[in-house]
Design a protein around this ligand. Structure first.
Ligand code: IFM
Length: 447
């Protein structure tokens, strides 16, 4: 069977500033929360730091050449707020503006469509010490930053994303294993509310600019949980909690349906965690968007007995080794849910999808990433099915162009189509890079 995608399908790759740029202290850039967090012992696997990462700040032309070679049609990257406005609110850094101007010009010269995210987890540290997303002033701070981006790059970026995976802000404030490393769920819920206000106000600002060709959206990752045993009340309760209260429902409901879901409203009330919501906030959050960005990695099945067992082993100091089980097919159901439950009828882009490989001494094994090819092929098959069902999906971005700084996982987790040698900074194509290039050339694949 031939899995044929439309001729104008937006085949892309994705990265993010904090994960690839490096040059953390160069040309006037200020520190971000990840620069500070990663310096705290024990926070990042192996004590890895994002300060050099893939050095794409200096090697962006080489990276764009890799994309060109693969026939990539669109590049999804993010702006670093602390490179553009080092202390978050003050002087604009001309070197930061210059870097992104050059990057975008080079993409255009190579016929690659820019898809740029305003915020991908790297808040200027100067703002964190003023409360970060928990301080409602973040809305003004963010709008100023968004305005600077739109002034400088407005028409040059075809697809604008306000936020990537806002759940990271929740994880960083409620669970502590992402920057800024707090463990305060109530504060985390206020942060999310303020973040969604930033999104809404930025969309309004974008609209006021009346840019002729640019479009705007948001990226929310969906890890949909299912009860492992249908009809099992405990499994079902866990899945509902993970989806509605601690997962995608926190965002999709207010962004697309307006207001928090009943489940979340009830939960926050019971726990005394309802954020400060001012009159009009929910209208600001629920803006009409041009597209929705879905980051999809897996569907998850919750089994209450297994979860208990895992907890017991962990409490006893043991290591419960979960072998990852992939449910690539879940993307089709997720796409249906976006349309049927959340009424998302605007075009959808899969803005991230990819597979992690653990680092190890056997480089040949990492280069020969058959498992990634199998996984991506399965995702694309299910995605194709959803498109045949009539769901409007306009593009697919593979995470990631190259192995990079995987947040708390440091450099131990490799998602790249290219192997990054962190000693020499050489990029070496993996088998999946050639495979993906062929998929793009053929607008699909046969099986
Ligand atoms: O590396 C991350 C990215 O920053 C956000 N989405 C998931 C990726 C893989 O974990």
């Amino acid at each position: 069977m031939k899995y044929q995608f439309p001729k104008d399908f937006m085949w892309g790759v994705a990265t993010a500033a904090a994960q690839i740029e490096g040059a953390a202290f160069e040309d006037g850039r200020g520190p971000s929360i990840w620069d500070v967090f990663s310096r705290i012992p024990g926070k990042i696997h192996g004590g890895d730091l994002p300060e050099v990462a893939c050095d794409s700040y200096h090697r962006y032309e080489e990276d764009i050449a890799l994309m060109k070679k693969m026939g990539i049609r669109s590049y999804r990257f993010s702006f670093s707020w602390s490179r553009i406005i080092p202390d978050g609110t003050g002087e604009i850094n001309p070197e930061g503006i210059r870097y992104y101007k050059n990057l975008i010009a080079c993409l255009k010269k190579n016929g690659i469509v820019p898809n740029a995210t305003m915020y991908h987890w790297d808040l200027p540290y100067a703002l964190q010490i003023q409360g970060g997303f928990g301080n409602r002033n973040i809305v003004q701070w963010f709008c100023r930053y968004a305005g600077v981006l739109l002034d400088n790059f407005g028409e040059d970026v075809d697809l604008w994303v306000t936020f990537n995976e806002p759940i990271a802000v929740y994880v960083g404030h409620a669970y502590g294993f992402f920057a800024p490393g707090l463990k305060d769920e109530k504060y985390a819920r206020q942060c999310l509310h303020n973040l969604m206000l930033c999104h809404g106000e930025a969309v309004k600002l974008f609209r006021s600019r009346k840019l002729a060709n640019a479009k705007i959206g948001i990226v929310v990752d969906v890890w949909k949980h299912y009860p492992a045993r249908e009809g099992n009340e405990e499994d079902e309760a866990i899945a509902t909690f993970q989806n509605e209260i601690a997962g995608y429902g926190m965002f999709l409901h207010p962004l697309f349906l307006g207001g928090y879901s009943d489940e979340l409203t009830r939960y926050m009330k019971e726990k005394d965690m309802t954020p400060e919501i001012r009159e009009g906030d929910m209208d600001v959050i629920c803006q009409k968007l041009d597209f929705y960005g879905l980051n999809f990695y897996n569907g998850l099945y919750d089994n209450a007995d297994e979860i208990r067992k895992r907890e017991e082993i962990r409490k006893a100091g043991g290591n419960y080794q979960d072998r990852p089980v992939y449910h690539e097919e879940a993307i089709r159901d997720v796409l249906h849910m976006l349309v049927e439950k959340y009424g998302i009828t605007i075009p959808i882009y899969v803005t991230e999808n990819g597979l992690m490989q653990e680092d190890g001494p056997d480089v040949e094994k990492i280069l020969n990433d058959e498992e990634r090819i199998r996984y991506v092929r399965n995702v694309l098959k299910a995605l194709h099915g959803a498109m045949e069902d009539g769901i409007c999906v306009k593009g697919y971005y593979l995470w990631s162009l190259l192995d990079n700084f995987e947040w708390s996982g440091g450099y131990s987790m490799r998602y790249g189509l290219h192997y990054t040698n962190y000693k020499t900074l050489e990029r070496v194509p993996k088998k999946s890079a050639g495979w993906y290039a062929q998929v793009i050339a053929d607008d699909g694949f046969e099986e």
